[in-house]
Design a protein around this ligand. Structure first.
Ligand code: THU
Length: 129
């Protein structure tokens, strides 16, 4: 699966975002080591803290289907600027991938940039051995 395709899937997923409060729609798509793709959207709540970001929705869908090794995540919104995963999502991504996981940030026109997880989450906390 090419980065460009993953971005497209994240963009398409965005239409299902449930964002009545912020009106900020986000879509995500994760690629697992077995080549499967799971998409997700942000799901807000009247009790704002109960909101789930698009990235975590996609990760949780993958893990709950038995796919817990994630190689790449693409993120799409309606913003003209690249958006990066929030801090909580970065930590959740770190749980299911290594430092080389691709974090693909995109714009609505399909342009994208690729970062590694270690760049956006240096010195990540992992299980103490
Ligand atoms: N949001 C995401 O879904 N992913 C991000 O990377 C940043 C923020 C959502 C949460 C909330 O529904 C809305 O965007 C505004 O913060």
């Amino acid at each position: 699966m090419e980065d460009k395709e993953l971005v497209k899937l994240a963009n398409e997923a965005k239409k299902n975002a449930y964002a009545p409060y912020s009106k900020f729609r986000v879509g995500a798509a994760v690629l697992t080591e077995n080549g499967k793709v799971f998409t997700g959207v942000n799901i807000e709540n009247a009790s704002f803290g109960a909101t789930n970001c698009a990235e975590r929705t996609a990760v949780f869908k993958a893990v709950s289907e038995g796919e817990n090794k994630i190689r790449a995540v693409a993120i799409a919104s309606d913003s003209e600027e690249y958006i990066y995963p929030c801090g909580i999502c970065r930590q959740v991504l770190a749980e299911f991938g290594d430092r080389n996981m691709k974090v693909i940030c995109s714009k609505p026109n399909g342009e994208f940039i690729v970062r590694k997880l270690e760049e956006v989450l240096p010195n990540a906390f992992t299980e103490i051995k």
